[in-house]
Design a protein around this ligand. Structure first.
Ligand SMILES: NC(=O)c1ccc[n+]([C@@H]2O[C@H](COP(=O)([O-])OP(=O)(O)OC[C@H]3O[C@@H](n4cnc5c(N)ncnc54)[C@H](OP(=O)(O)O)[C@@H]3O)[C@@H](O)[C@H]2O)c1
Length: 311
């Protein structure tokens, strides 16, 4: 919530309660406007996609290990998480052709709730294969995804020519590349520089920050958006703080450990969005809280690293 200061409230109230006349009327309407502002939710953190300027909400949803089986229980959980995402102003959902049935689960859930226009769907292919693309679009129940990524780049010579052709043909709006393997960072760097995709997705978390040195500078140079895979290190960060209270110095910018971990990443302006994975609607809502309120400053980010960061 935006705050109405006590002093401002008192000044406006005094003006509104003044003898009838212009000043009192203006004061009353200003008070109403300020109270409305104070009750409005704080603005969401949005980040621009460098290649287009389109702004997207900075917290999304990852689906690597959570919606793998196309059954009733999974579809119910997915519907709850997607609803929590959209209700809190989120849009980005990251999936892949290899995440079990996740694409099919998402296609059904998004279709049933008529949310296709409300979400930004990113998926991944293992190779530039027309049949694999057709399968992903069919499972996601959409003629076009928002972002199509080449999954786990591992060879410096990999080409995005097919992805560029698909973008031109309207099968996707943006193209990207991904890796979460340090041993493949050479390939990720080479393809990022040469092929100039709209996005790069890389592993980046408070305790895993090699991407800061290797990938983020190149992304900034070639104007690629950055999505952070594994923002909690597959839950490793929660295990590291189990039983520990959030430090007092973090409370001005984070209400929970999840927000602490995500806001560390968003504190770097080169990050376009974080994509924490969850199958739990309450966790989704918690994670989306990282889009509200201020981010940690440079000194606070150093303190966060000192508390938990290693490489
Ligand atoms: N090569 C690639 O392109 C690549 C590789 C790996 C991952 N990715 C992408 O990155 C996404 C994120 O990675 P990930 O899902 O593997 O790992 P992650 O986001 O680092 O961690 C997920 C874990 O955190 C827990 N969690 C989430 N929100 C929480 C909260 N608010 N409080 C407590 N626990 C919470 C989840 O459990 P609950 O389900 O109980 O919430 C889950 O165990 C993936 O889903 C995928 O989309 C891409």
């Amino acid at each position: 919530m935006a705050r109405l200061s006590r002093r401002r409230f008192n000044a406006l109230a005094a003006s509104a309660l003044a003898a009838p006349g212009t000043i009192g009327t203006i004061g009353a309407s200003a008070l109403v406007a300020d109270v409305a502002l104070a009750q409005a939710p704080a603005p969401l953190l949005m980040r621009a996609i460098p290649s287009s300027g389109e702004r997207i909400p900075a917290v999304g949803l990852g689906t690597a290990a959570v919606f793998s089986n196309d059954d009733d229980a999974t579809r119910r959980a997915a519907a709850e998480v997607v609803r929590a995402l959209v209700d809190a102003g989120g849009r980005l959902i990251d999936t892949a052709s290899t995440y079990g049935d996740a694409e099919a689960v998402l296609g059904k859930v998004i279709g049933a709730a008529h949310l296709r226009e409300a979400v930004f769907i990113a998926t991944k292919l293992e190779s530039p294969d027309e049949a694999e693309l057709a399968r992903s679009l069919a499972r996601l129940a959409t003629p076009k995804v928002d972002l199509l990524q080449l999954h786990n780049v591992r060879d410096t010579g990999q080409s995005l020519a097919h992805f560029k052709a698909w973008k031109a043909a309207g099968k996707c709006r943006y193209i990207g590349i991904t890796s979460t393997y340090r041993s493949d960072y050479d390939a990720l760097e080479a393809v990022l520089r040469r092929e100039n995709p709209d996005f790069v997705q890389v592993d980046y978390s408070l305790d895993n920050r090699l991407a800061e040195e290797r990938i983020l500078p190149i992304a900034a140079e070639v104007k690629a958006g950055v999505l952070t895979a594994l923002p909690f290190g597959r839950g490793r960060l929660f295990r590291a703080v189990r039983g520990q209270a959030l430090p007092d110095w973090a409370k001005p910018f984070a209400e929970t450990w999840a927000q602490f971990f995500l806001k560390f990443l968003l504190g770097d302006a080169r990050i376009t969005a974080v994509i924490p994975g969850t199958s739990n609607g309450a966790h989704m809502t918690d994670n989306l809280g990282a889009m509200r309120g201020r981010l940690p400053n440079a000194e606070e980010r150093k303190r966060m690293v000192a508390l938990l960061g290693n490489r």
